[in-house]
Ligand binder design. Structure first.
Ligand code: PLP
Length: 414
């Protein structure tokens, strides 16, 4: 059994009040909260052990280097990668995807080559490929989304061709919550000779992930969406592929030997980690993984499934509320609109009730267009949310509707 009260104790921020009301934090898709132990671990390193990694022979430097590399091993184990060298630390998902677009693009993408993305991607998995298109003369193809929020998988064979170099797909949609059939995408792409990057930003905190079983070529995610610190993320890449890719940033740590005439580059993973990394952030990520595993990803998935089911049920009782996307396999990310109510008005009024939801385009403008709207309201749940908080959201929305329908809005967002 999942003990929600005990879990909430791990997150001091959940006791905060907002506008005099208990905080109901339903914006976990944007960033989750951090348990005290992650913050304490990082504080301990700043207060007692701080020294730059990989550079010193002295005690503190060795301590931090050891902790940084142990965290790499924790990440390897968490996503079931084969080797620690396949784990590259980045600033986040965005930087991880840009690394691949730049470096893989440099080595493997030529004019006329094709990249396939989907209609439900976050801007972080769209814009780097558009930039590659401009740099290399590549062609960008789009796999559409069905009305119910699933990928139109029947279109994939038609889009794949001998010119496809890479398919970039999100594991879980940050708007619709859809869990995509990434194994099926990967099998089809590999059969066509293409590589696959999976954006795991909305997946690793909800589901057990096994990159070897999935057989993806790249997998990207951010620590701050999985109870870890901001400023740190991960790119997993297959060793044989990463070896063939050129470094994308130059500087300290990514080199073996520097001469003015020629520089030789370091081995994996350091070849892709130029400059001082956020090693204390990395140590915080390792602690977040320990925390997640102390609960168990399977238990977390089951708990969140129950929350998501209840939330969808409750939201459906509200007249005029339209859920966007109801794929059979989904995570606890729920986006919706309300007839006659602007999402920004709803978000602002909910905030006054202490309820934090996301409103706007969710960094997925093409998907907004696909659903014929300019913005949505999103409640993204995490394991520490409660059924009572979902009730508060339901009742809050009912109040917002009454307020906004009974007179002109005094809010100025329209
Ligand atoms: N991809 C998805 C699916 C996301 O939801 C997000 C963030 O919301 C990102 C990528 C970008 O993550 P970050 O801003 O941590 O780099």
């Amino acid at each position: 059994m999942f003990n929600v009260n005990q879990t909430r104790e791990d997150f001091p921020i959940l006791k905060e009040r907002v506008h005099g009301k208990p905080l109901v934090y339903l914006d976990n898709g944007a960033t989750t909260q951090r348990p005290a132990r992650v913050i304490e671990k990082m504080t301990e390193y700043y207060l007692r052990y701080n020294a730059n990694v990989h550079r010193g022979v002295h005690h503190l430097s060795n301590l931090c280097t050891g902790a940084n590399e142990r965290a790499r091993e924790r990440v390897r184990d968490f996503i079931h990668a084969r080797q620690a060298e396949e784990i590259i630390f980045t600033r986040g998902t965005t930087e991880a995807i840009n690394l691949v677009a730049y470096s893989y693009g440099e080595a493997f993408v030529n004019p006329g080559d094709e990249i396939i993305i989907t209609e439900m991607e976050h801007h972080a998995n769209i814009v780097p490929w558009q930039m590659l298109r401009e740099r290399k003369g590549a062609v960008l193809k789009i796999l559409p989304v069905r009305d119910n929020g699933e990928l139109a998988m029947e279109e994939l064979p038609r889009l794949l061709s001998r010119a496809t170099r890479l398919v970039a797909v999100t594991h879980v949609s940050n708007v619709l919550g859809t869990i995509n059939p990434v194994r099926q995408v990967i099998e089809a792409a590999h059969a066509a000779g293409a590589r696959v990057l999976v954006d795991g930003a909305q997946a690793v905190q909800h589901l057990p992930v096994d990159v070897q079983d999935m057989d993806c070529d790249f997998y990207a995610f951010s620590a701050h969406k999985m109870y870890g610190p901001t400023g740190v993320g991960v790119l997993y890449g297959k060793n044989e592929l990463l070896r063939k890719m050129p470094p994308w940033q130059g500087g300290g740590e990514m080199i073996k030997e520097v001469r003015f005439e020629k520089t030789t580059y370091n081995d994996l993973p350091f070849k892709f980690e130029a400059g001082t990394p956020d090693f204390i952030g990395v140590i915080g990520l390792g602690e977040a993984i320990d925390y997640l595993e102390s609960i168990g990803m399977t238990r977390i998935a089951a708990r969140e499934e129950e929350l998501a089911r209840y939330a969808r049920q409750q939201l459906k009782t509200i007249p005029g509320l339209v859920l966007h996307g109801e794929a059979p396999r989904s995570s606890p990310v729920i986006s919706f609109g309300i007839e006659g109510v602007h999402p920004l008005d709803a978000g602002t009024l909910l905030d006054h009730l202490g309820i934090a939801v996301r409103t706007g385009q969710m960094c997925a403008e093409p998907l907004m267009r696909r659903y014929g709207v300019t913005s949505m309201i999103r409640a993204s749940l995490a394991m520490y949310n409660t059924l009572e908080e979902i009730d508060a959201l339901r009742d809050g929305i009912r109040r917002v509707i009454t307020l906004l329908r009974n007179g002109p809005s005094t809010l100025q967002h329209r």
